[in-house]
Design a protein around this ligand. Structure first.
Ligand code: IPM
Ligand code: MG
Length: 365
């Protein structure tokens, strides 16, 4: 197959980890006879410095003419420390989600048994957890009206949902549950918020088309607790934009580390694949970031956008073998990890690529 892939490394460790994701794609192309054409674009802080906006039109044009997008991260401490700056790196990501209609963000919480000790949660609670988050991505307080009043002394951000926005992602979540353990947990704050009451009502309506899937509702505060207390209870979790943002960071502890969580943002056109970790400026430039979230994002791309199941499985299995051999990046190492098994970003990428080269991780070939 021939595919055009847009690569947006972005800011901070985005560049370092995306380079490894891209190498893995190249290797998969060689092994399976696909041709992947890469085109790079700028976004975030880098784009603001060069063009004055966080998502320039040239980048958008590359995205619109690509079959899939591999994205790194956006963000810079300069903006975090100065909330008054009007042009901000995150706007690039939000605009991209909105412009491309990427309304469903899939965040699989996959636990590699080898990493049980890397989590701050007890292994007996974690073992066997397998959750797929469906986070709504183009609505909610992220895109509602916002502003200042009262000479700047009052600020507001409107939390708003339309029924069709809830409906389309709810369908996706129920369909995914049909191929999993047939359970959807919908998260809201319907005891307080009107937008959440609409959310719940629409989800209940959609559920009627999926009688084979069990639906349960949780309030977001209780969910934050239960996710950590009994993660095995959950299969597909359906959330709004803000609640999903918060809960998936917490859920990263179920997978061991943020450095492992990949995500797919999909809608009606080009899919976007990205790690859920951010730009992590504290470790930028040291070459120590964990590239596995980017590499696992590539696996999601292969499967979700291109229907390349075997290729995706080869990537996941190369990651698993690397971990099983005891290799770790600093974020997932513990006191029992021997120094020589702690790899840097490049080293971790090398290990995955070498396994793909040797083809030992291919189910069929
Ligand atoms: C995420 C990030 C983004 C979000 C930021 C960078 C705008 O935290 O993808 O989870 O809030 O959606
Ligand atoms: Mg987030």
């Amino acid at each position: 197959m021939k595919k055009k892939i847009a690569v947006l490394p972005g800011d901070g460790i985005g560049r370092e980890v995306t380079a490894e994701g891209r190498r893995v794609l190249t290797e998969i192309g060689k092994a399976f006879g696909h041709s992947f054409e890469f085109r790079e674009g700028i976004i975030g802080h880098e784009a603001i410095e060069k063009t004055g906006v966080a998502l320039p039109d040239q980048t958008l044009e590359i995205l619109r003419t690509s079959d899939a997008i591999l994205f790194g991260a956006v963000g810079h401490p300069k903006y975090d420390n100065d909330p008054s700056l009007p042009v901000r790196p995150e706007q690039g990501l939000l605009k991209m989600r909105k412009e491309l209609g990427l309304y469903a963000n899939l965040r699989p919480i996959r636990l590699f048994d080898e990493l049980l000790p890397a989590s701050s949660i007890k292994p007996e609670i974690l073992r066997g957890s397998d959750i797929l988050f469906f986070r709504e991505l183009t609505g909610d307080v992220y895109f509602g009206e916002r502003g200042r009043m009262n000479e700047g002394k009052t600020a507001f951000d409107v939390m708003i949902y339309h029924d069709y926005e809830v409906e389309r992602i709810a369908h996706r979540a129920f369909q995914a549950a049909q191929n999993r353990r047939r359970k959807v947990t919908s998260v809201d704050k319907a005891n307080v918020l009107e937008s959440s009451r609409l959310w719940r009502q629409v989800v209940q309506q959609v559920a009627k088309s999926y009688p084979d899937v069990e639906l349960e509702h949780e309030f977001v505060d209780a969910m934050a607790m239960k996710l950590i207390q009994q993660p095995r209870r959950f299969d597909v979790v359906l959330t709004g934009n803000l609640f999903g943002d918060i809960l998936t960071d917490a859920a990263s502890q179920i997978a061991g580390s943020m450095g492992l969580l990949a995500s797919a943002s999909i809608g009606d056109s080009t899919g976007l694949y990205e790690p859920i970790h951010g730009s992590a400026h504290d470790i930028t430039g040291r070459g120590t970031a964990n590239p596995l979230a980017s590499i696992l994002s590539v696996a999601l791309m292969l499967e979700t956008s291109f229907g390349m199941k075997q290729e995706a499985e080869a990537v996941v299995s190369a990651v698993r073998k690397t971990l099983a051999a005891g290799y770790r990046t600093a974020d997932i190492a513990d006191s029992a990890t021997p120094g020589k098994k702690i790899l840097n970003t490049r080293g971790m990428g090398d290990s995955v690529v070498r396994l793909l080269e040797r083809k030992t991780v291919f189910a069929v070939l």
